[in-house]
Ligand binder design. Structure first.
Ligand code: MN
Length: 136
C-alpha cells in the first residue's frame, strides 16, 4: 500500500486554513480546536513540510492522526511517526516535527501548559538533517 495519501479532506478533525508562517518550510494547515487553558490545534503538513527547530516553555504533546512524518530532538536521531503515535515533548527541549517527503502528516498539537509562555522559534532544519530523517 502506498504511503502517499491525499488527506486534504482531512481525516478526523477539520483541516482549517493554510497557516502562513516563516517558522515552517512548506505548506501547513492549522485548525485550532480549543483555547486556553489547554489549546489544541489540528496541524496538517503537506508532503515535505516541516517546522523549524523550536522549544515549548510548557511542553507539548503530539497525537498523530494520519499520514507519515518525523519528530526529532536536538542531538538525537529522528523518529518516524504514524497514526496512533503519541509524542510527549518535555518543556524547553529543542525539536522539530513535520511530514515525510512523500506523505501528508496530521497531528493534534496539545500545549501541555500554555501558562508557561509561547513557542520559542529557532533556526530551520537543514536540508541535510531532513534528508537524513527521510532516509532512515
Ligand atoms: Mn513542537
Amino acid at each position: 500500500m502506498s504511503e502517499v495519501k491525499d488527506l486534504s479532506n482531512s481525516v478526523i478533525f477539520p483541516i482549517g486554513d493554510v497557516f502562513e508562517s516563516n517558522n515552517f518550510n512548506g505548506t501547513v494547515h492549522l485548525k485550532m480546536l480549543t483555547g486556553k487553558p489547554c489549546p489544541i490545534g489540528n496541524v496538517t503538513f503537506e508532503p515535505g513540510c516541516r517546522n523549524n527547530w523550536h522549544k515549548h516553555p510548557g511542553g507539548q504533546i503530539l497525537l498523530v492522526t494520519g499520514g507519515k512524518g518525523y519528530y526529532q530532538e536536538w542531538g538525537k536521531p529522528a523518529k518516524k511517526l504514524h497514526a496512533g503515535d503519541v509524542v510527549n515533548i518535555p518543556a524547553d527541549v529543542k525539536h522539530w516535527h513535520g511530514a515525510a517527503k512523500d506523505s501528508w502528516f496530521v497531528h493534534l498539537a496539545v500545549e501541555a501548559d500554555a501558562s508557561k509562555g509561547s513557542t520559542e522559534w529557532l533556526e530551520p532544519v537543514s536540508d541535510e538533517e531532513y534528508e537524513r530523517a527521510n532516509s532512515n
